[in-house]
Design a protein around this ligand. Structure first.
Ligand code: 4AD
Ligand code: MG
Length: 445
């Protein structure tokens, strides 16, 4: 009797009769020999149909098998150093082939396709090897996030997706009709996290997050996943200490568990191996100085204009990339201008024009992967900031309550899963980091 196996475990079955169930990834026709690359979701194995070793009608099926047809194959596992596949080096000599469905002509061919075509066929594109590798790494990143936080004293406390008011920024809200009252898709769970922090000390929320900004960049999605830890009695330095441990754990876990996937993606891992604490920490002031110094050294006028920055402005992608290139691992930039950041950030004592905020910039041009800060915990100051930016204090009465009943210094941050995946996998665009990307011009499939 053949044993039903997962292709990822094929090395354990050398010389044995096995059964695999899956889809035809690719077929090479050598007449009396048909080389079938079969994938089952865990890997890809070469299955060889030899005319003499199969009933005639089964060999006929093998000869006609179309890409993505579904099959059940039994045969003997042989070691063969040249056998392609994932993990490879083993093949199956077919003794029995059962066809479940002969697939219609598959739209995604091994040849090159335009990216819009592939995105239109995302429901099928996810079957391709590169996408398989990326989404498996994504799953590990998400698992590591949960495990690390669970093991470091954080409690998962979910926050709502339907919310009555802005969490981050009023200009980037998706509005919906909530039985006649406007409601918004959550841009952040942070404000609720702060309430939960008061109940549990160290908490995190982890869910889909929505931003309606009409950005068409390789770093922005309309729907993305963000993990947000929030910690009582943490200051900015403790926040950075925690973040560098957390981010390093994510990268090192992927390196330990996904060599195969990183090879499929042709990712140069030397820069990732370097991602271990401590990370460099520079102030926004220093970052601006460094950028302007770099701009001054540059001869190319276009590049000069791209790099030069006025104190007070937020960084654009070229700024973040240039800053990150100055360091060999992720770099923290802290004490941003208060006016450029969210209303809840604690101003620096004696210098209220900057706040106790910090962004983590990833190397190799991947930009900001985390944003965080100390939160204002003085009720009067928080009320004043709400008035200054002109949001309705009635909507924030509950949030102000948090400062009335046992207010404590606290801090937190948010890490974007997709930007992290793009960086770790070395992808040029964020659209491949999530199974079904929601972008300015895309809501299908
Ligand atoms: O910097 P952001 O907007 O911070 C917050 O929302 C805070 N409330 C987090 C907190 O302190 N609890 O977003 C945090 C991270 C960014 O650094 C980035 O990685 C990601 O979320 N992000 C996006 N990722 C993809 N597409 C977008 N449109 C994103 N906007 C933010
Ligand atoms: Mg940010």
């Amino acid at each position: 009797m053949a044993t039903l196996i997962k292709i990822s475990e094929i090395a354990q079955y050398e010389g044995q009769e096995v059964t695999v169930r899956g889809w035809l990834y690719h077929r090479t026709d050598k007449g009396r020999l048909q080389f079938l690359q079969v994938r089952d979701g865990t890997g890809i194995v070469q299955c060889v149909a030899f005319k003499k070793e199969l009933p005639a009608e089964q060999f006929e099926i093998a000869r006609k098998l179309t890409q993505e047809s579904s099959v059940v194959i039994s045969g003997t596992v042989r070691a063969d150093k040249r056998a392609p596949g994932v993990p490879g080096k083993f093949e199956i000599g077919i003794s029995q082939l059962e066809l479940l469905q002969m697939a219609e002509e598959y739209p995604i061919q091994p040849k090159e396709h335009g990216v819009e075509f592939l995105m239109d066929h995302r429901h099928l594109w996810v079957r391709s090897l590169r996408q398989w590798a990326i989404l498996r790494i994504r799953a590990t990143i998400i698992r590591t996030i949960r495990n690390w936080l669970d093991e470091h004293g954080y409690l998962l406390v979910d926050t709502p997706i339907l919310t009555p008011a802005a969490g981050e920024n009023t200009t980037t809200l998706f509005e919906i009709d909530y039985f006649g009252t406007p409601a918004y898709l959550a841009q952040t769970g942070q404000l609720y996290n702060e309430a939960n922090m008061g109940a549990f000390g160290k908490v995190y929320c982890f869910g889909p997050t929505f931003r309606a900004e009409k950005s068409k960049t390789r770093r922005h999605l309309m729907e993305f996943w963000m993990v947000e830890p929030e910690m009582a009695f943490y200051d900015l330095e403790m926040l950075m200490d925690e973040e560098e441990q957390f981010v390093s754990a994510i990268v090192q876990t992927v390196l330990a568990q996904h060599r195969q996937e990183l090879e499929i993606l042709e990712r140069d891992i030397t820069r990732l191996e370097n991602v271990k604490p401590p990370f460099a920490r520079i102030t926004y002031d220093e970052a601006v100085e460094r950028l302007n110094a770099l701009a001054a050294e540059t001869d190319d006028p276009e590049r000069k204009a791209e790099l030069a920055i006025t104190w007070g402005d937020d960084f654009g992608a070229p700024h973040e990339t240039a800053l990150a290139e100055m360091f060999d691992k992720p770099v923290f930039v802290y004490h941003y201008p208060t006016a450029a950041k969210a209303f809840y950030m604690q101003p620096v004592e004696g210098r209220p024009e900057v706040c106790r905020s910090v962004d983590l910039l990833a190397p190799e041009g991947y930009g900001e992967i985390t944003g965080g800060s100390e939160r204002i915990y003085d009720p009067d100051l928080l009320r004043q900031r709400i008035d200054e930016i002109g949001i309705n204090p009635e909507n924030y009465a509950w949030y102000l309550d948090l400062r009335r009943y046992g207010s404590v210094p606290h801090a937190g941050f948010g890490l974007g899963v997709e930007r992290t995946v793009a960086w770790v996998c070395g992808l040029p665009h964020i659209r491949e980091t999530i199974p079904y990307a929601r972008m300015l011009n895309r809501l299908y499939p």
